[in-house]
Design a binder for this molecule. Sequence first.
Ligand SMILES: Cc1cc2nc3c(=O)[nH]c(=O)nc-3n(C[C@H](O)[C@H](O)[C@H](O)COP(=O)(O)OP(=O)(O)OC[C@H]3O[C@@H](n4cnc5c(N)ncnc54)[C@H](O)[C@@H]3O)c2cc1C
Length: 522
Amino acid sequence: MTISKQAIQRGFNEGRYNVGEPTPSPWYATIEHDAFTGRPRYAAESDDGPNSVTVTPEIIAALAEIADSVDADRASLMARTRDWWPATMLAHSEGAPMTADAVTVHVSRTPQVQAIMRLASTHRIPVTVAAGRSNVVGAALPVHGGIVLDVTGMNQIMSFNSTDLTVETGPGVFGDVLESHLQRAWGVTTGHWPSSFAISTVGGWVACRGAGQLSTRYGKIEDMVSELDVVLASGELVTLGGTHRAAVGPDLRELFLGSEGTLGVITRIVLRTHRLPDYGSSAAFLFDSFGDGLEACRAIMQAGVTPAVMRLYDEIETARHFAIDEGHVLLLADEGHPSLVDTTLAIAREAAAPHGREIESADVFETWLQTRYRIRPVAPRDANRVLTADTLEIVGRWSVLNRLYGDVLEAVGLVSGTGDGAGRRGVSAHLSHAYSDSASLYFTMYGITTSGERTRWYRAVWDAANDVILRHGAQLSHHHGVGIVRLPYLEDSLGAAHRVMHSVKKALDPLGVLNPGKLGSG
Ligand SMILES: Cc1cc2nc3c(=O)[nH]c(=O)nc-3n(C[C@H](O)[C@H](O)[C@H](O)COP(=O)(O)OP(=O)(O)OC[C@H]3O[C@@H](n4cnc5c(N)ncnc54)[C@H](O)[C@@H]3O)c2cc1C
């Protein structure tokens, strides 16, 4: 049985999610919605751009002529703009939501998107695209109000080319719908398996530059997109790409991969696919230190093999996920042609062996398969001991990774409130995406504080971790993106290139109507 087939057969979160439409984060059900008395938080604090633009009844009437439907009701707006960012949850639970006043506009066709962008540009109304709303960084929050453009109705799988092995889809297709169709109808897979695959959309993957669990074999989403249609702020439709490699000037597709709705609305995507493998195999190692595990991963990547799964867990996560009391576990697994898989794992074993010891992989592999798409429930609240947690993923060179890991653990651990207060460390990490020169580390951080202290703790751990990340010259994010949470660190990270990003934004969206207050604004 292979990993890609398993994902569809076992399903996402044991079936507890909304098929083909956004799934709220579990925190949403725990919030007292009638308690929204405060002003929208971000709009009240922000001083750049058009603050909380109100959409007039005349514009609502014009939108209704164009769109499938327009919804100006505040309560349904709140439901339709919640995301999976913990700070949204913090703001909502404090009665001062992140969502400014806005109207939700539902579309299902590209010409509607073009007409809405023309209208928005004429009247300078912000447009924030919302899809699965599974992002964890506040990227789809309409912080300046205006129009929330819901593209989940653009959910057609338009065609499959069985010679080129490419699939053409609308941006609002959810990952589980796409994959089960690809597997059953055509016997192929995209190879893109984010942990959120059933609650996120193809357009969202592209807009956030996402990564799946099998990225070491199949690549990130930017390796999979061969063609894109994008509606610009002016309403003009452009098609970018068409084949995978070209030398016709710079690759303009790249501008929109990771643009988070700030440069255009993605309305059609062509993705490469791969024949669905029938064979898979796994191996596992245990290391005395995380650093030894990192050395093993580096040796594997530099030996030239790319096992689909390469996940190294530090000892806290090894104990949490696999109930192994000591050591740092590495899970390797691959799928594909038997000769390729067996050779890949043989070379990987040889490269890892000097750094640790091989253990029986069956239980580790099965536990991972069983739990990888399970969403943990929200902990019960007690005003004096509230749990707040978040994750943070970065990408850095092998030469800094082990020191960066230690320094993030130390810096986050020093923030008052981190951990459970009873000696358990509140920060851990795993490696889940690797390259020959670098790898991504994914940190999980939690703290227990009073409810009044949560926001302070939250910003303090982000500041502490990002200070270390910048100091080591690593990249702020590998696949979650920038959203709101990483904006304060962006200029330090990009240096002079930050100005280039502003110039690109100015050139493509001169009136600043696309997702203002995010990447390239201000
Ligand atoms: C439990 C969980 C696990 C996760 N695991 C992963 C993971 O393994 N890998 C990973 O990469 N991410 C992961 N994420 C993050 C999230 O799922 C991704 O960022 C995803 O790509 C967002 O897609 P979405 O459809 O939900 O987009 P949304 O959250 O609706 O939007 C995200 C951003 O993209 C923009 N956008 C969306 N659609 C379009 C469009 N058509 N045109 C222009 N802009 C658009 C929005 O304006 C916004 O800025 C996880 C999230 C959760 C909650």
